[in-house]
Write a new protein. Structure first.
Length: 314
């Protein structure tokens, strides 16, 4: 229910850092002014300014958030995190680290470069980590509470399918892939020459790859090469840049190597299945209905938390 929504948000954020990097460095005020206290947790003007910058990144530069709106979002974040802690469902440091690594990977850069771009844009890395902590914790909390309560009737899907058919829109066919990740690992302190040599080796392996069954087994026997089965994924579940690379890759072939935090990554396409336009549209409609119902429940949940919280705005 929330996994797809969060994944899309992270993908958008990863792409946004390319175009929204500013020249200003983060300058924390010597003394921040307290703007609100939520169940004993302080929110300062520095927190508000940070959230405004982050929201601009999240929206791809399209959203300019006022200080009052930013403060209300931060209050909601505090309440979400308190609720997650009370139910022992707070995201771990490892989950937050993985989310940052995925963001960097989607943006085709390493984590160090990603953090550097955020700093240049005026967003403290701790602000990003705090936001991710809330998003991951709240996602799991909402799913645990509402997943069994959100039902999408076939009648609802059918009605929306009928409405969409009347518009005669063009819908791209969904494709299901059978995927395996191949990573040519580079050492943390490798020289540029060593990394370039590793890239040459990855490209050479890609050019010789003709069979998932045989060549993946061969990859497992290579030194400093990791092979990880991803499984079956559809285009609707994948970030668009990756989905495009997979569409352009033949079965029993590897995608071109891209640099990630720990080496050069390729993805083996071991199977493709066309699910058809109707399947694509049906999945999108089902997800849309579930998300809409989930958002209604979330708003009610937040209202309940606010009703019992001690919020002091200053």
């Amino acid at each position: 229910m929330k996994h797809v929504q969060l994944k899309k948000t992270l993908s958008i954020l990863a792409l946004a850092v390319f175009v929204l990097a500013a020249s200003a460095q983060i300058q924390r005020a010597v003394a921040s002014t307290i703007k609100a206290v939520v169940n004993g947790a302080v929110i300062t003007d520095f927190d508000i300014a940070q959230r405004q910058r982050l929201e601009r990144l999240l929206s791809g530069g399209r959203r300019s958030l006022g200080s009052t709106a930013a403060l209300n979002l931060l209050i909601d974040d505090k309440l979400k995190l308190f609720e997650a802690r009370n139910r022992n469902m707070t995201a771990s440091d490892g989950q937050i680290e993985n989310a940052m690594q995925n963001m960097a990977r989607n943006a085709q850069m390493d984590k160090k470069r990603l953090v550097s771009i955020f700093n240049q844009a005026g967003v403290n890395v701790e602000t990003l980590k705090d936001w991710l902590k809330v998003q991951l914790s709240w996602r799991d909390l909402v799913e645990a509470r509402f997943n069994t309560q959100v039902h999408v009737d076939e009648a609802e899907i059918y009605q929306m399918l009928s409405d969409q058919a009347k518009k005669d829109g063009v819908v791209q066919d969904a494709i299901q892939f059978d995927l395996t990740r191949v990573l040519f690992i580079t050492r943390t302190k490798s020289s540029s020459a060593a990394k370039n040599q590793r890239l040459v080796e990855a490209k050479r392996f890609q050019s010789r790859f003709i069979s998932c069954e045989k060549d993946l087994e061969a990859a497992r026997r290579l030194t400093d090469v990791a092979v990880e089965r991803i499984g079956r994924k559809t285009t609707t579940e994948l970030p668009e840049p990756l989905a495009k690379r997979l569409r352009d890759t033949e079965v029993n072939k590897l995608t071109p190597p891209i640099q990630v935090n720990d080496g050069y990554e390729m993805v083996a396409v071991c199977g493709k299945k066309d699910l058809g336009k109707q399947a694509t549209l049906r999945t999108e409609i089902q997800t849309k209905i579930r998300d809409e119902k989930s958002k209604v429940m979330e708003r009610k949940y937040i209202s309940e938390l606010r009703a019992t919280a001690i919020i002091d705005k200053r």
